[in-house]
Ligand binder design. Sequence first.
Ligand SMILES: *Cc1c(COP(=O)(O)O)cnc(C)c1O
Length: 386
Amino acid sequence: MSVIRTLPIAADAAGEKSIVHVPFLDLRNLNLRFSDEFADVLQRVLARGWFVHGEELTAFEKEFAAYCGVPHCIGVGNGLDALNLILRGYIELGRLAPGDEVILPANTFIATALAVSQAGLTPVLAEPEATTGNLDPRSVADAITQRTRALLPVHLYGRLANMAALRSLADTHGLLLIEDAAQAHGATLHGRHAGSFGDAAGFSFFPGKNLGALGDGGAVVTADTMLADCVASLRNYGSSRKYHHERRGVNSRLDELQAAFLRIKLRALAADVTERDALARLYCASIDNPYIDLPALPGEGETHAWHLFVVRSQQRDALQAHLRAAGIETLIHYPVPIHRQPAYAAEHWPALPMADAQAATVLSLPIYPGLAEPQRIIDACNTFCS
Ligand SMILES: *Cc1c(COP(=O)(O)O)cnc(C)c1O
């Protein structure tokens, strides 16, 4: 299973040539593990001749809701739609109104902010904590105004945000608490899964996520039956009865094939997270370099889903070049925080020095089930000197 791929020689900006021995992510081998089962479900779906909103979707929704430990799951087209439809759903239900403020971390993927903007709501950015990179409850408290109506923490890199502190802020101020769980499939705290802490949560099944489809996909999970019904209608043209439209909805579908593929991969998710955790612990025990700060291990009773293994270094760019020369592909999550994106340049943002500092220092090392030769990554990290 652990096939080492030697990718074609790539030249970087400086003209340096290097061979990728360890790709950042090996989607090919990750999915080839299931090729026989995928072939079977393709036949099953073809034989049925029913391609959207059918029994594979219903079965996946039931299984994923059970996995998360929540009563409702609604499959949608992608993770951005999942977050956007939660917010639109709460607008439909009168819990949010256009212009309301939603607090989210500045150091997230653009989708978290876009979901808010596209719903006609106002994104307000808060700082990450220095240690975990997750939304800092103190910064959230400072950002709350008379117009704040919801908190939208991200379980960044697969580590649960501080949901106890955020829940207490939400309850004190009468705010909705919505989880961006796009990176956190399989993260738990005292047996509770990501997606079960907020009023609702959005997941992505983009191929690179911990639970990834063979294309796009997403889901909303919630214990709120009114919201679940509303999102189910919104994703289907605002209709719960064919050709009768109670709302101005959208078309956002998790199709039968993707749902069927995800059902197969969901069964492997717990073992995959265990394998990610073993790799993370190996890195933390073995990478020893004063120029590299390792991520904090999860606390007591907590499972980190390790979607990404993110180190920090004041010499980040040199470290990335050193690893590239050793054939190790790395990525930066994320090089440009939301308040520095041209798409959000027109807003008046407060100073966000912690988010800026993290964007300048973070580096993601390869971490995925079946990763060959983690020792190669460890050795390359340990031989880095600035
Ligand atoms: C991937 C991701 C999304 C968006 O998911 P898509 O399926 O690509 O739309 C949202 N938020 C975060 C934090 C993500 O990592």
